[in-house]
Design a protein around this ligand. Structure first.
Ligand code: AP5
Length: 206
């Protein structure tokens, strides 16, 4: 969990390498659907371009089969409101699974806006970079790119996504604190320092 630009995708990539768990990122599922140009893709694009949440039933339909098909997962960007959190609790109960941990990456909005404005993603590998903090490699063999800016990384959409986060997602902190699952990490530190903290939590659990 964490606001847009806190580094959820950046850290999830490393966690997936470390644990071998399936990576379920609802934002990636939304972007894949948009790329396909399907009817559903056109519908979700309207929400995503504006930085608004896609309706719960669409997101749940996308994520649920992946939960059922895999034994372990890293969830990124889901759940994002109380109703999605309750749906997730029910879906996990139904398949006899539970969350091990909820890691919250926290950073102030001004840091997040700067990060998102400099974000680039490789079209070839999907890997996330930042023009200053983690520049794309110049060597084609490592990652041929091209390195593109996301369509929702405009200042207006970023501000909208952050407002939605504070209003709808941030209150989930209480939901997971009550379940004794929440660990908060200071995400203003460098990428490597945050990775170290995240790995510490995961290793303590295993
Ligand atoms: P999604 O793709 O999940 O986007 P998001 O929530 O806006 O999150 P981001 O991907 O922007 O942030 P991140 O924390 O992953 O940051 P990153 O690691 O890239 O969702 C997109 C859209 O899909 C939503 O707006 C919505 O419409 C829809 N959607 C998705 N899930 C939904 C749901 N459950 N319900 C309804 N709708 C849903 O890092 C950002 C940048 O910072 C990078 O350039 C990175 O290199 C850099 N960086 C990272 N960490 C550091 C660090 N420690 N120091 C310096 N730079 C860093």
């Amino acid at each position: 969990m964490g606001p847009q630009g806190a580094g959820k995708g950046t850290q999830a990539e490393k966690l997936v390498e470390e644990t071998g768990a399936a990576y379920i990122a609802t934002g990636d599922l939304v972007r894949e659907e948009i790329k396909k140009g399907s009817e559903l893709g056109q519908k979700v694009k309207e929400y995503s371009d504006k930085g608004e949440l896609v309706p719960d039933e669409i997101i749940v339909d996308m994520a649920k089969p992946l939960l059922e098909d895999n034994d372990s997962w890293i969830l990124d960007g889901f759940p994002r409101n109380q109703s999605q959190a309750e749906t997730l609790d029910e879906a996990l109960n139904a398949i006899g699974e539970k969350l091990d941990r909820v890691i919250l990456l926290e950073a102030p909005d001004d840091v997040l806006v700067e990060r998102l404005s400099g974000r680039r993603q490789s079209e070839a590998t999907g890997k996330i970079y930042h023009v200053e903090h983690d520049p794309p490699p110049e060597n084609d063999e490592e990652d041929p790119g091209p390195f593109v800016q996301r369509h929702d990384d405009t200042e207006e959409a970023i501000r909208n996504r952050l407002a939605t986060y504070h209003e709808q997602t941030e209150p989930l902190k209480d939901h997971y604190e009550e379940q004794g699952l929440l660990v908060t990490i200071d995400a203003t530190k460098s990428i490597d320092e945050v990775t170290e903290e995240v790995m510490k939590v995961v290793r303590e659990d295993s």
